[in-house]
Design a binder for this molecule. Structure first.
Ligand code: UGA
Length: 434
């Protein structure tokens, strides 16, 4: 099938590449000419394990094409996916101007039946808005479908090729048949495709992300309480997760959730609720708890040094909002670093891949170390903010040599307590004994 993807951001590019991998001819459209030129030359603009290989393979197979010309791509395709940014506005609601702007252009350009697929995370009712815009611009037949994306950064290719489910919101039999054909390689292997109306599909995405944010936050509160009563959250987590109504995933406590999705989607659902005079109290509480959780260790470090952070040197391992990505959006590391800087401490940081992105924001307000051990030289303590695999089994002897004080604050519960203890460290993690 010929498919157009408008928007070659994270979701668009991964979706486009995987749809090409499934045998479709895919036209990726973006207004950013330099990005399109790079991709034509085989350069992948984002870091995502496994993507480059698949991307190059499909360019070579002539299934993946790039253009800045929407008209050219639309002519060739019956199905047009919208994978455009929906940034949060001042009040937290999703800004639909990119989605509706492109819908308007499609409406002006299309001359025969098209299926317009909303892949971006959009508020309930967006399919109707896209439909209205198209109707105002064209007499050609079309259907608007909601098909939310459930990719995790760092596992996007894996998730896109082996999704837990495909959700398709459409009440048109013609569109449903076309979407079934696109996802047939999945349904053939037993992956369910769940059909529903557009609004339910749009809400499914917000509900899923918000639920996961609540799940993590609940566990963070249990972890904080474990510390009060002398319980160990790792045991509690295993005990709870073994009930398959609860499950083991997303029960890992830490220094709060970040990234480009959970914070934005929780905010947007709260805002959509308010528009209907509905207060999502559980989500409001989740946001509040998460904000506090993100900096819980900065405050504990401050306490440890009796409120005297000025002129201390704090080493930070990990800047990305989670491992396997260079994304630093809403990363807890940044909130902690800002507190350290405000209180007069110096920061020296190391991240496996995210340094470049942090430089764009913090510049030389902090120092950057070339590797994890160099970051520790002469530092008063270490904060671990991202669970990169290289931090999992460190050389404690070398750490002790480099650090001024043998003090670790670990926001990701990386080491068994005994290990840090045996090596003579003061080791504070989340929800476990110190
Ligand atoms: C999330 C969802 O997991 C995807 O299903 C969804 O498609 C995506 O948002 C999106 O809307 O595009 P992502 O933001 O890539 O994916 O990252 P997650 O792996 O879900 O992690 C989110 C945050 O929660 C991270 O800060 C992570 O460190 C934190 N987390 C996750 C925990 O603190 N504990 C856990 O047990 C799991």
């Amino acid at each position: 099938m010929n498919i157009t993807i408008v928007g070659t951001g994270y979701v668009g590019l991964v979706t486009g590449t995987t749809l090409a991998e499934l045998g479709n001819s895919v036209y990726c459209v973006d207004v950013d000419a330099s990005k399109i030129a790079k991709m034509k030359n085989g350069i992948v603009p984002i870091y995502e394990p496994g993507l480059e290989e698949m991307f190059l393979r499909n360019i070579q197979a002539d299934r993946l094409h790039f253009t800045t010309e929407l008209s050219e791509a639309i002519d060739k395709s019956e199905v047009i996916y919208l994978a455009l940014p929906t940034p949060p506005g001042e009040d937290g609601s999703a800004d639909l101007s990119y989605v509706l702007g492109v819908a308007e252009q499609i409406g002006s350009l299309m001359t025969n039946y098209k299926v317009i697929v909303n892949k971006s995370t959009v508020p309930v009712g967006t399919a109707d808005k896209v439909r209205e815009v198209l109707l105002s611009k064209t007499n050609s037949p079309f259907d608007v479908v909601s098909n939310p994306e459930f990719l995790r950064e760092g596992f996007a290719v894996e998730d896109a090729m082996n999704p837990a489910r495909v959700v398709v919101g459409s009440t048109s039999e013609r569109a449903k048949e076309i979407m079934s054909k696109i996802y047939q390689p999945f349904t053939n292997t037993g992956i369910p495709i769940i059909f529903m109306d557009e609004k339910s599909s749009e809400l499914t995405k917000y509900a899923a992300n918000s639920f996961l944010a609540v799940k993590i936050t609940f566990m963070n509160e249990i972890a904080n309480y474990c510390e009060k009563v002398g319980a160990d959250v790792d045991h509690v987590r295993l005990g709870m997760g073994s009930d398959d109504r609860i499950g083991h995933r997303f029960l890992f406590p830490g220094i709060g959730y970040g990234g480009s999705c959970f914070p934005k989607d929780v905010k947007a659902l709260i805002k959509s609720g308010k528009n209907e005079n509905y207060d999502f109290k559980i989500l409001e509480a989740t946001e509040k708890v998460n904000q506090k959780q993100k900096v819980i260790l900065a405050e504990e470090i401050d306490d440890y040094f009796d409120g005297q952070l000025q002129d201390l040197k704090i080493a930070v391992w990990g800047l990305a909002f989670k491992a396997s990505t260079d994304d630093i959006r809403e990363a807890s590391s940044l909130d902690n670093i800002r507190i350290f800087l405000e209180r007069g401490a110096k920061v020296i940081a190391y991240d496996t891949v995210a340094e470049e992105n942090v430089r764009k924001i913090l510049g030389d307000q902090i120092e950057y170390a070339k590797d994890m051990y160099t970051a520790l030289e002469g530092a008063d303590c270490l904060l671990i903010a991202t669970e990169w695999p290289e931090f999992k089994n460190p050389n404690f002897k070398l750490m002790a040599e480099k650090l001024k004080n043998k003090v670790i604050f670990d926001g990701r519960n990386m080491f068994p307590l005994e290990l840090a203890e045996q090596n003579g460290f003061y080791y504070k993690s989340i929800g476990r004994k110190t």
